[in-house]
Design a protein around this ligand. Structure first.
Ligand code: KG4
Ligand code: ZN
Length: 336
């Protein structure tokens, strides 16, 4: 018999509600983005994000049910992102999910946002099953995670300072490109020379899988200052392409090394930065070279969306996870 999960995602600046059948088939995935609202501030303003979630969430939920052609009575499970993220933003999704679960007496499952990002790949690739190595690159996270089961994770490496997406957003800001910076750098870098400027590749300890991107970001800022002071014109596409290359080289090398070292023959890419064209090409080449299978979600499933949360909630529920009305939001929720 069909099983329907309704899920809510509101951890940052996207209000999203989805209905997913049997964990992997999207019936609806409505995403209301606040990018335009936050653009004028050059980044997400937490209080404004919370207010917009509150304003939009009921409409987004109604739309998700309408597009899926179902009512709340047809839903078998309610899933919701409980962290990490902006606490005020998370609380709006949580309160809404609890209200639906309580009013209709439905089971409720809280989901870790990163588990959601990884799960986007189960929707995209119907045959994919754990174990595999996951590379999660987003605005808030850059991690290499060994996925041993649907609900079993081992974090192999993580960033010690900026997340990759965060570094992209900051560099885009100093280049005057706008917000969010990741897609803008990706686009303008296509017109630049990735060998033009050598920015530092930070590998930290040999054989380690942690990342650090703040040095590379500062390298770009210093380069721009030096060039400006010397009165030289700055070639923005070259800077963007060279910065992107420095960041992606490290990410790809570490992900492939981690998979090899731990004997995983699959790498699963996830998170907002997974949309980056250069990362995809470099990772594809490296995986082909090493005989590793690579799985990537389509662009719409890379960014924050509720379908990925529904998929994660489904596999948690199937393995016996269940929450109640005391479910809370945790801005720094650990994955393990
Ligand atoms: O996963 P996501 O939607 O939100 C978080 O959970 O953080 O990721 C958003 C991040 C932003 O930093 C954005 O600039 C970055 O993903 N991003 C990209 C690209 N598309 C989005 N970064 C590089 N290249 C892209 N094409
Ligand atoms: Zn995300």
């Amino acid at each position: 018999m069909d099983h329907l999960t309704m899920a809510i995602e509101s951890s940052c600046d996207e209000t999203s509600v989805a209905i997913v059948r049997n964990g992997r088939e999207i019936l609806s995935n409505i995403i209301s983005s606040q990018i335009e609202v936050h653009k004028v501030f050059g980044g997400v303003v937490p209080e404004i994000a919370s207010r917009h979630h509150l304003k939009n969430i009921n409409g987004v939920a109604d739309e998700a049910l309408k597009v899926a052609g179902v009512t709340l009575d047809d839903i078998d499970l309610i899933g919701v992102t409980q962290g990490p993220g902006l606490v005020g933003a998370l609380l709006i999704g949580l309160a809404t999910a609890k209200a639906f679960a309580f009013a209709k007496n439905k089971p409720l499952v809280g989901v870790h946002h990163i588990q959601g990002h990884i799960s986007a790949n189960y929707i995209e690739h119907k045959e994919l099953e754990p174990p595999f190595m996951a590379l999660v690159v987003s605005g808030g996270h850059t991690s290499i995670i060994e996925v041993l089961g649907y609900n079993e994770f081992k974090v192999i490496g993580r960033t010690r300072d900026d997340a990759a997406g965060e570094a992209f957003d900051k560099v885009a800001r100093v280049l005057g490109l706008g917000y969010p910076g990741g897609p803008l750098i990706d686009e303008i870098a296509k017109k630049g020379n990735k060998e033009a400027i050598h920015f530092k590749r930070v590998y930290l300890e040999k054989d380690g899988f942690d990342f650090s991107f703040s040095g590379t970001k500062t390298g770009v800022i210093n380069y721009l200052n030096t060039e400006k002071q010397a009165g030289r014109e700055i070639n923005i596409p070259d800077v963007a392409a060279s910065f992107q290359q420095a960041v992606m080289e490290v990410i790809v090398r570490k992900a492939v090394d981690a998979a090899e070292k731990l004997g995983q023959d699959k790498i699963v890419l996830a998170g907002g930065v997974a949309a980056n064209s250069s990362l995809r090409t470099m990772l594809e080449n490296a995986c082909r070279h090493k005989g590793i299978m690579l799985f990537c979600p389509s662009t719409i499933l890379c960014t924050d969306n509720a379908a990925m949360i529904a998929c994660a909630a489904y596999y948690k529920y199937k393995e016996g996870y269940l929450d109640d009305m005391s479910l809370d939001a945790f801005p720094n929720l650990p994955l393990e």
